[in-house]
Design a protein around this ligand. Sequence first.
Ligand code: PMP
Length: 435
Amino acid sequence: MSRIFHRNPRQNMPVAVGGKGLELIDQQGKSYIDACGGAAVSCLGHGHPRVLAAIHKQVDALAYAHTSFFTTEPAEELAAMLTAAAPGTLNHVYFVSGGSEAVEAGLKLARQYHVEAGQPQRKYFIARRQSYHGNTLGALAIGGNAWRREAFLPLLIEAHHVAPCYAYRDRLEGESDRQYVQRLADELEQKILALGAENVAAFVAETVVGATAGAVPPVADYFRRMRAVCDKYGVLLMLDEVMSGMGRTGYLFACEEDGITPDIVMIAKGLGAGYQAIGAMLCTDRIYDTILAGSGFFQHGHTYIGHATACAAALAVQQTIRDEDLLSNVRERGEQLRAVLRERFADHPYVGDIRGRGLFVGVELVADRVSKQPFDPALKTHAKVKAQAMQNGVLVYPMGGTIDGRLGDHILLAPPFISSAADIDEIVNRLGPAV
Ligand code: PMP
């Protein structure tokens, strides 16, 4: 039995030893198509030569330099690339080592912004139910998933929750998209008013809901309406694009498709594509300038912020995406993946819904496809599908169980941006018999 307790120690894990492109290989020599990039991480597949070369070059020159003494070329170049591509005035970037750290930094930046702006009482955060924002104590507080929080109460941040934008499940009979969005905007407004607008720091949401609900995109205009409510009350809008960002939806920043700019956006996963541990948080001129004019700097920091090798890897990832126009491929292959899944599962008794954006695709599993009655969570349907898919040589990311009293099983597909049309067909071929 393994001494590592990353996961359930009773569960026997194969040992991963190699990977090339979409393929991952275990110690027994079994090959898997990595159709989820771990958890939407490995967006360029495994062993990408350009990224490996960039890492080797950086390690040979200088692996790491502490940010209290130096900045580095890859960190500066990566920051320039990200801010040039980001919408609006998201011109300032803070590098961290992963998604939870990016969220944690975002929460602190929002709080410090209000302090510097003369409103130190703005401490509460409003987030959404059925969301996941990470596992550090701050990120856990805003996450909309009660069972993950229970053992760790009281948490350090006071967070309140509103409904996610989950039209397929939550839109009322006869309600149009417009009416539905209005209802959600009203709920946010009422929540802000109930807490006292002068006490609310920010509204936090995943642009496209990832792990907890299986790639659920917002309906048109949702974020524009939420942005308007936030603006009315001086509440910041923070978008968590840890999973949905960095090209996963076919746009570098998922919110580009929603036509809005958040005040703060958090990214990770696809940023380093799994080659190095890196995340980042970007903020607008307004946030940055207020802090600069106030105490002068963001009161935050970790040993590995702006890690040179991590930035070199992420820079090579971003350059590859740009130079090979991979976002077009993400959009095309994403359309194909949803179409092939819909065809394959057209009459499947247990497939309730197939949705997503780009190569970020969710398959919902239900006990009854007509009534959408979920499976009993004790059956762990998602885990069974994952295990069977793995047997069939394809890796898909499972999620299920009770989330704030809501039930549901689904699997997430997040194939690499380099996937070909034949790869997509093969993923569905291997997944099909597992469902
Ligand atoms: N936010 C979202 C939306 C995520 O999906 C995740 C990871 N699944 C996180 C934050 C936390 O990122 P990490 O696991 O890198 O800390």
